[in-house]
Design a protein around this ligand. Structure first.
Ligand code: CP
Length: 324
């Protein structure tokens, strides 16, 4: 592996395409090793402190399992379990956890919390989802796209349409897809489209890496896309807007079999999950032959194994099989 310049994993934008490709390569090796029941104990004797301000199935289970498979341990810390935000500052929490654990993972309501922990921690801090980003999900998504590349296509050839609200998954996919030279489309009602700041970041990626960005409310833009992506129409803290949001998105921006057919007969369906079937997508699409949602979920584990190794083995220079 190339030595990471940055010790934290807060934003995919902090990493070059080459850095992310190195992590993807490591994911491939570790996934193979797991299949062979021969995962090297590269996190042996180490622990990851896992702070969760919000519920989680995939992120929690994948990190805890990844740490265990690699010979280490994950500690689940909900707001009820620790003093963070009540009796103890971010600074003291980051410094204390750094004295005992080797990695800190935090799923937070506000990006400032995970950034604050990183500022004071002396061990790598991983963003396990915040209000505008979901970087560990991105590693799983990019890897799943690679695993399911249409015949004869490269990552740069893909057109990915994210249909719905400008969520944290939408923003991060916008950044990652344009970084990998893809055409990324955000298709959603004007009120819920990606803000200009995100579009500016993606535009910079397009300039550097050759991607393309389209932001539109025209659902017909799914035509010819390789991948359709859905996400929730509302999230924690947006419950008061629920009715208005559902009325705006449904039925126009729901991924149905008809919409998949409009995209094309080989189009894939992705969703980070949890999904609310019959809202942002139908059960038929989720369980259909072009859905890769459970591969995508499994690859959360693949990603977390690689991230724990990548962030704690800065001396590894090349992603060769010898490191395993
Ligand atoms: N996709 C995702 O982050 O799932 P969880 O909320 O279950 O962790």
């Amino acid at each position: 592996l190339n030595k990471p310049e940055l010790k934290h994993f807060l934003k995919t934008q902090d990493y070059t395409r080459k850095d992310l490709e190195n992590i993807l390569e490591l994911m491939g090796m570790l996934k193979e090793a797991r299949k062979a029941n021969a995962v090297p104990q590269l996190f042996k004797g180490k622990s990851v402190a896992m702070i969760f301000e919000q519920p989680s199935t995939r992120t929690r289970v994948s990190f805890e399992t990844a740490a265990t498979i690699l010979g280490g341990h994950g500690l689940f810390l909900s707001p009820k379990d620790i003093h963070l935000g009540a009796k103890e500052s971010l600074s003291d929490t980051g410094r204390v956890l750094s004295r005992m654990c080797d990695v800190i993972l935090a799923r937070v309501d506000d990006h400032k919390t995970v950034a604050g922990l990183a500022e004071h921690a002396s061990v790598p801090v991983i963003n396990g989802l915040c209000d505008w980003l979901h970087p560990t999900q991105m590693m799983a998504d990019l890897f799943t796209m690679m695993e399911h590349l249409p015949e004869g296509k490269k990552m740069d050839d893909l057109t990915v349409a994210f249909v719905g609200d400008a969520t944290n998954v939408c923003s991060d996919l916008m950044f990652c897809c344009t970084k990998f030279g893809m055409h990324f489309k955000h298709i959603g009602p004007k009120k819920y489209q990606a803000p200009q700041m995100w579009q500016d970041i993606a535009a910079e990626n397009c300039e550097t890496y050759g991607g393309r960005l389209t932001v539109t409310d025209d659902i017909n833009e799914v035509e010819g896309c390789d991948i359709l992506v859905a996400d929730s129409f509302y999230w924690f803290g947006q419950e008061a807007e629920k009715e208005e949001r559902l009325a705006t998105f449904i039925p126009h921006y729901v991924i149905t079999e008809e919409l998949m057919a409009k995209a094309g007969e080989n189009a894939m369906f992705m969703h980070c999950l949890p999904a609310n079937d019959q809202r942002e997508c139908t059960r038929e699409v989720m369980d259909g032959p072009r859905s890769v949602i459970f591969d995508e979920a499994e690859n959360r584990l693949t990603a977390q194994m690689a991230l724990l190794v990548y962030l704690t083995h800065k001396h590894i220079e090349e992603p060769t099989a010898e490191i395993l």
